[in-house]
Design a protein around this ligand. Structure first.
Ligand code: AMP
Length: 337
């Protein structure tokens, strides 16, 4: 039986943090045997917000290296760089004519990000690219005729748009695209260490997140100063900070110490010092081999670039087939493809 295809992409935003790892990437690694996985570093998406061209190129390679270090296996999965597969942008234009202005206007992420630009940057420029971003995302998914997309809550609306585009396309031009469905898997939501009521994110600032490849000392220091609450814990109501540390231990699959600490908590005997020590040990243990793998990979930069070119070439082959069929269906010439 042929495996169902999964598609997932990540923007090259620089250093990844443990929230990205436990919330997304670890799952990407785990599902590689079960599905035909296609993963992408989407540099074209990163152009929709103000950016530095030099950093974009650096971050794109960096993200690909990080994913490989985390365990994305080029023998099992495709890992492509979006701009190296130009068919994404060609399909985007065709989909721009299938998506409606109204449905794009209702995308909450456009509203959020354009407000971010209005509030934050000196240059208040909001690009049309930011508006049509979900159409490029639909092309990312549908160009590979993906069956599943692992989604977080914040991406559900975009997947729905991709599904609408697939259905509308099929109705208008003939049945071709499978309807991409959300792949619901167990992932952890990691909260900020300094403000555990907010999701861990780099934009909150240095003390809020732990980089996946951060030095051991720095990891320990950040966990030590994580916000719990004042005094010893009371009864069975867990503060967001304490819950976050428990969740991290669980995400590191440290079942035994997790249960012991939970028992202590339930008996009102938990010492935050112990909780933090176990959390820091677990994080160091998980991240150490990833750091080693990354350092190993970075020794051969030319080799990495060649690997990414080859893998993007594999992605291009699938994308070309799709575009050929799409052009046939939509009345465009299919010569010279
Ligand atoms: P972003 O760069 O914020 O789009 O994140 C890339 C991936 O990591 C997405 O799948 C997010 O859902 C996931 N992610 C980001 N931050 C967290 C977090 N604090 N906890 C869990 N998952 C996260």
């Amino acid at each position: 039986m042929t495996k169902k295809r999964v598609l997932s992409c990540i923007q090259p935003t620089g250093e990844i943090h443990i929230g990205n790892y436990f919330g997304a990437i670890k799952n990407w690694v785990n599902i590689q045997d079960r599905y035909d996985c296609v993963y992408g570093v989407v540099d074209l998406h990163a152009m929709t917000m103000p950016y530095d061209p030099h950093m974009l190129r650096e971050n794109t390679i960096q993200m690909a290296v990080d994913l490989l270090a985390c365990g994305i296996d080029p023998e099992k999965s495709i890992l492509f760089i979006q701009s190296l597969v130009p068919q994404h942008t060609e399909l985007t234009w065709i989909f721009n004519c299938v998506a409606s202005y109204g449905e794009l206007s209702r995308m909450t992420q456009f509203k959020d990000k354009s407000e971010q630009i209005e509030d934050g940057s000196k240059n208040k420029f909001i690009s049309a690219g930011l508006f049509t971003y979900p159409v490029l995302q639909a092309a990312d998914i549908l160009i590979y005729r993906a069956n599943f997309v692992p989604v977080g809550k914040d991406q559900e609306q975009h997947l729905e748009l991709s599904r609408n585009i697939a259905v509308r396309f099929n109705n208008q031009f003939g049945e071709y695209f499978p309807e991409p469905k959300p792949l619901l898997t167990e992932t952890s939501k990691v909260m900020s260490l300094a403000d555990p009521t907010k999701k861990m994110s780099k934009s909150l600032g240095e003390k809020h997140y732990i980089g996946l490849f951060e030095e051991e000392n720095s990891i320990r220091k950040k966990v030590k100063s994580a916000v719990t609450d004042t005094g010893e814990s009371q009864g069975n109501s867990m503060s967001p900070g304490v819950e976050n540390l428990f969740n991290l231990i669980k995400a590191c699959e440290k079942q035994e110490p997790y249960e012991q600490l939970l028992k202590d908590f339930n008996q009102g005997q938990l010492r935050y010092k112990d909780l933090k020590e176990v959390t820091a040990d677990a994080l160091v243990e998980i991240t150490q081999p990833l750091k080693e793998k990354k350092n190993e990979l970075l020794k051969d930069k030319a080799g990495i670039e060649k690997l990414l070119d080859d893998l993007s070439g594999k992605a291009r082959e699938i994308a070309k087939e799709t575009l050929f069929e799409v052009k046939k269906l939509t009345g465009l010439p299919v010569r010279n493809l």
